[in-house]
Design a protein around this ligand. Structure first.
Ligand code: NAP
Length: 492
């Protein structure tokens, strides 16, 4: 069950949000009465309530907004019990001062906004000793590894326990606590109305992560990166799993580079089945799990980690094949890259993965990059030529690949290759996928070139991961629609 926190400064807004939430399927709300500007009117909040409600009045020291006296706060909490609230939230130190009465259930809670303390287990034991129907222990994750420690409290707890971490590192624990037996998790009314750091909006919790369907059998996947908040991968993979009816959930894991290896060791306790890997962990991922195909070794970077049937971890790089397949979508039957002159702009991670594939297909590859040395080194490794950035117009490529971020949102007026240099017989592949139609692709299309958008590559690399993760073919149309929908809403 998802409990949605309603934290507004007016009663009218709180009751209005409560009605909207009930219509959207929420089953429990938490009224944060410490947010109210005027004296809380409990009767107004509880009368004709469309779902059960928790009354919470948080002190400032516990992350709340209550400015009145402690005596008045306790009076309000007692009044909530007498007034028939379904639940009250009582902090660990005040719980013994407030007696159980009537049908009102008690959440005994502790919040730590500074970190995840060393004496976590001790704190949990203290909470469990209280007269509580549910114990709530919420800390701040300073590292993704804190989530594992906090989630471990739940399964064998003597009292039903809601435990998760706040902050970006803690996001996964908010979704996963139910998998370990937490009676509910907390969500916000919307992204704009969060009451705690890292709180996930109700819609996201219910529709994207499908919290209420997560059980201990639900298989866990995720994307490792830093930063990670803007990754589209959770949208894609969760939509695809939902579409094919696969019992899985896919989460964003923000992991700092310095903690990559230790985090994966700790996450073994969460029984994660597979990861997508993004900047800055692609090289570290391959080092951690070196079992892979020869081409992945040559590329020297993995964007996918998955476990085989025996539980052994493997690395893969789905970018390479995804790029080649994307180019082939505009080739005529029987047409190939073999012998074709390919000019690739950029010499970073994406260029490296694509370059190996292009060379393997027998193309005549030339690399141009802003930093000449980077292009030269990559060309040497691939066994091809490089030219300086200023000489990139001197080639007459049959296939042009942009593997730089030039043209990417918000710099949509940039292009890595002038319109005058384009010829109508070229194939132009832009790895940039936001926007779908970059300036380069627009100008190439106008010239009569065959064009391929970065969305093709993005969707194909995700589809190959999905296949590795679930053993099932990805629904390509669902992936494409999900990316396009997200880009048009501006969520990336
Ligand atoms: P990267 O490792 O940072 O490499 C970026 C490359 O672009 C470097 O060669 C860099 O040159 C060059 N570059 C950056 N800014 C430039 C500028 N203003 N002018 C000229 N050259 C510039 O990044 P990456 O991981 O390879 O990613 C590159 C792009 O590929 C991304 O922006 C993304 O749009 C795209 N991509 C797409 C997919 C997909 O699935 N569609 C997947 C991965 C990547 P310097 O060495 O001089 O910095």
């Amino acid at each position: 069950m998802i409990c949605v926190t309603v934290a507004r400064n007016r009663h009218k807004m709180m009751t209005a949000e409560h009605r909207v939430l009930a219509e959207r399927g929420a089953e429990l709300v938490e009224f944060r009465i410490d947010w109210l500007q005027r004296a809380p009117d409990l009767n107004r909040l509880l009368k004709d309530r469309p779902t059960p409600a928790i009354i919470t009045c948080r002190r400032q020291g516990d992350g709340g907004k209550w400015t009145g006296s402690e005596e008045d706060r306790l009076k309000l909490l007692r009044a909530a019990i007498v007034g028939g609230a379904d639940w009250v939230d009582l902090e660990l130190d005040v719980a013994p001062q407030i007696r159980r009465y009537g049908q009102t259930k008690r959440i005994v809670s502790h919040h730590d906004f500074t970190g995840t303390p060393d004496n976590l287990e001790e704190l949990h034991a203290q909470l469990c000793q209280q007269d509580a129907d549910v114990v709530k222990l919420v800390t701040t994750a300073k590292s993704p590894r804190d989530c594992v420690r906090v989630l471990k409290l739940i399964p064998n707890a003597p009292k039903p326990t809601v435990a998760f971490c706040m902050g970006e590192y803690g996001l996964a624990s908010r979704v996963l606590c139910g998998r370990y037996g937490a009676p509910f998790t907390y969500a916000a009314f919307s992204k704009d109305h969060t009451a705690a750091p890292g709180q996930i909006a109700f819609d996201e919790m219910s529709s994207l992560y499908r919290y209420d369907r997560i059980t201990r059998h639900t298989q866990l996947f995720g994307v490792l990166g830093d930063p990670i908040a803007h990754s589209l991968s959770p949208l894609l993979h969760n939509a695809a799993m939902q579409h094919v009816g696969f019992d899985g959930v896919y989460l964003p894991f923000r992991v700092p580079a310095a903690e990559f290896s230790e985090t994966l060791d700790d996450f073994a306790g969460l029984d994660v089945r597979g990861y997508s890997v993004t900047i800055p962990h692609k090289e570290a991922a391959l080092k951690k799990f070196p079992q892979c195909d020869e081409i992945v070794k040559q590329i020297g970077a993995a964007n996918t980690l998955y476990r085989d049937a025996d539980g052994h971890w493997h690395s893969d790089n789905t970018d390479c094949a995804a790029a080649l397949e994307s180019i082939h979508t505009v080739f005529a039957e029987g047409e190939s890259l073999a012998g074709k002159c390919v000019l690739m702009l950029g010499a970073g991670g994406a260029a490296r993965a694509i370059g190996y594939g292009v060379m393997k297909q027998g193309a005549d590859l030339v690399i141009a990059s802003r930093t000449a040395d980077r292009a030269r080194v990559l060309a040497e490794q691939l066994g091809c030529r490089s030219v300086t950035w200023s000489d990139r117009d001197m080639e007459s490529p049959q296939v042009l690949i942009n593997a730089t971020p030039l043209g990417m949102h918000p710099n949509v007026d940039d292009t890595p290759y002038k319109a005058d240099w384009l010829e109508n017989n070229m194939v132009v592949f832009d790895t940039v996928y936001n926007p779908e139609e970059t300036k380069l692709l627009r100008e190439a299309r106008a010239k009569g070139c065959r064009v391929v958008s970065g969305i093709e590559m993005f969707v194909r690399q995700a589809a190959a991961q999905f296949q590795r993760f679930t053993g099932q073919s990805a629904p390509m149309d669902v992936l494409r629609e999900t990316v396009r929908g997200s880009l048009s809403r501006g969520t990336s």
